[in-house]
Design a protein around this ligand. Structure first.
Ligand code: 1HN
Length: 347
């Protein structure tokens, strides 16, 4: 008996199966999905309203102790990446609650973190031996591998937005983490020291950069807001961004951290921005005011402390009813350092 003839399709199927057994795959089946003409992660635009977030976070406060949780955080997950703790393909976002009297114990990890304070005055975060007092609108950094712990000695809950480069570090498989072994790290410098030393348009006379992150841990909202107000008084807003500024490492002029870029923009009352798009998917939160942002064909109506995410390369138009201030963060430093960043302003 002659062997059964195998037609070309069967031959291919058999070939692909044998490729798989040898840890190989044919590029011609995946090329179009790998190298797309435009960004195509599926990352979606999404709004989280603060009143709902806050209510759920308070429930977490009753159900889970900070000791058990290590950090009591509700992770903002992009609907396209359910279960993956990603708000965009490269970034993580969460809302953290520290109740009166609580301490979140000291640890460090290679992931870089930012805090953007949404509610509560007077709690602190300690970074590298210095405690920083938190106020709404303050932008605070925890650079890679720096010890950090949080505490709230006030009578009110404190809530902030966390942004970390977790998916980026995951992609590079470079995660390390450890506990200090005591709840609070020793304080070695008085509160306000780093801001005076590095954040007053001065640097110590012989200062040499020691790391890639800004030596300023806290960028207080009072100063940011005052600068934006002066800019508004002094001239017209940019037609796409309003009065938009970038947080800066005063030593290098670069971003405050090597992997996460952060921004603050004032949209004057009645601002009606033109369409803009860029390759860095961006997380926004309003610290003041309300408005709406068109993301592609979606309209996101936001109020103070709501959080929303804009995917890579989606056209964005901001509108503000009253004066509004938006904080935002993205992976722009990484894209710029690697030559990948693109942006486009439409008329
Ligand atoms: C972390 O260390 C903090 O220190 C917050 O407050 C959120 C999410 C994932 C991994 C580490 C914090 C985090 C985190």
């Amino acid at each position: 008996m002659p062997p059964t003839p195998i037609d070309a399709v069967d031959k291919r199927q058999d070939f692909y199966r044998r490729l798989g057994e040898n840890a190989l795959s044919p590029l011609w089946l995946s090329l179009a999905a790998l190298v797309t003409p435009q960004p195509s992660s599926g990352c979606r635009a999404r709004l989280w309203r603060y009143p709902e977030l806050r209510a759920l976070l308070m429930e977490a406060g009753e159900l889970v102790s900070v000791e058990e949780a290590e950090r009591r955080v509700l992770v903002l997950e992009n609907p396209a990446f359910a279960g993956q703790s990603r708000v965009t393909t490269s970034l993580y976002a969460g809302l953290q609650l520290v109740m009166p009297g609580e301490r979140a114990r000291s640890h460090r990890h290679t992931q870089s973190a930012l805090r953007f304070v949404l509610e509560g005055t007077g709690a602190y975060t300690a970074v590298d031996g210095e405690r920083t007092t938190m106020h709404p609108g303050d932008f605070i950094i925890t650079p890679s591998w720096q010890w950090h712990d949080h505490g709230n000695d006030t009578d009110d809950p404190v809530i902030w937005l966390d942004g970390l480069d977790i998916p980026l570090v995951q992609a590079l498989d470079a995660s390390f983490a450890e506990h200090l072994g005591v709840v609070e790290q020793p304080v070695s410098r008085p509160t306000g020291d780093s801001l005076a030393r590095y954040g007053a348009n001065l640097l110590p006379v012989d200062h040499r950069p020691t790391g890639l992150a800004s030596p300023i841990f806290s960028y207080p909202y009072s100063r940011t807001r005052e600068a934006l107000e002066t800019l508004r008084r002094n001239g017209d807003p940019d037609a796409w961004h309003g009065h938009k500024m970038r947080f800066v490492n005063p030593v290098t002029g670069g971003f405050a951290m090597p992997t996460i870029g952060t921004f603050m923009q004032l949209l004057p009352a009645g601002f009606d921005g033109r369409p803009y798009r860029c390759t860095d998917a961006t997380v926004y939160t309003a610290i003041e005011g309300e408005g709406r942002t068109q993301v592609g064909d979606q309209t996101i109506e936001w109020s103070a402390r709501d959080v929303f995410v804009v995917p890579s390369w989606s056209p964005v138009r901001h509108h503000a009813s009253g004066d509004a201030v938006l904080f935002s963060f993205s992976d722009r430093p990484v894209q710029q350092a690697t030559g990948l960043f693109r942006e486009e302003r439409s008329p």
